[in-house]
Write a protein that binds this ligand. Structure first.
Ligand SMILES: C[C@@H](C(=O)O)C(=O)SCCNC(=O)CCNC(=O)[C@H](O)C(C)(C)COP(=O)(O)OP(=O)(O)OC[C@H]1O[C@@H](n2cnc3c(N)ncnc32)[C@H](O)[C@@H]1OP(=O)(O)O
Ligand SMILES: [Co+2]
Length: 136
């Protein structure tokens, strides 16, 4: 695969406002965007840390992926997202190499990126997101 960098680290939180305060007031990071992604049933808050972002995720519905994750495991690191070119090609390669795809075709994520997830059961336990900025 052709990975450029870690695009973001996704963190599941119960209360976006409360956790945002920790990142701002304790860690001293600046939240530069808050966005709801209805397709994923989440509200997100983004912080830039060098070239990588932290994506806080609060569930907007109990049956969404973040709602279910928090119910089972509590708050914490949820996924690792890599920036790639040609996301469709990367998905095809991953599939060809035996990885189970959650998304066979990319969906719309936050910040206008195309995103697709690889199943944690075939990535040694890490829910993995591929992201491509097709507007660049
Ligand atoms: C806004 C956007 C963006 O960046 O632009 C986002 O990030 S949206 C971020 C939120 N969206 C997503 O995560 C979409 C992709 N995620 C999904 O489709 C789902 O959450 C799955 C990862 C397939 C899990 O869903 P499912 O209903 O199957 O839950 P489940 O609890 O039965 O999980 C099946 C097995 O996977 C494990 N599992 C579940 N979530 C996990 C996670 N985040 N990391 C590692 N392992 C995980 C469970 O422990 C379980 O293992 P055991 O059987 O051993 O107990
Ligand atoms: Co993400």
């Amino acid at each position: 695969m052709d990975i450029k960098k870690i695009e973001h680290i996704g963190i599941a939180v119960k209360d976006l406002e409360a956790s945002k305060k920790y990142y701002e007031e304790v860690l001293g990071l600046e939240c530069y965007a808050v966005e709801e992604v209805a397709d994923q049933k989440v509200k997100t808050a983004f912080f830039m840390v060098g070239e990588t972002k932290i994506e806080l995720l609060e569930s907007t519905q109990p049956d969404g992926p973040i709602g279910k994750f928090i119910e089972k495991k509590g708050e914490g690191i949820h996924h690792l997202a890599f920036a790639v070119n040609n996301i469709e090609g990367q998905l095809a390669e991953a599939k060809e190499k035996g990885v189970r795809l959650i998304d066979e075709t990319p969906r719309s994520g936050a910040e206008g990126l195309d995103i697709a997830f690889l199943h944690p059961k075939s990535t040694h336990g890490v829910l993995t997101e591929l992201c491509e900025d097709k507007n660049k």
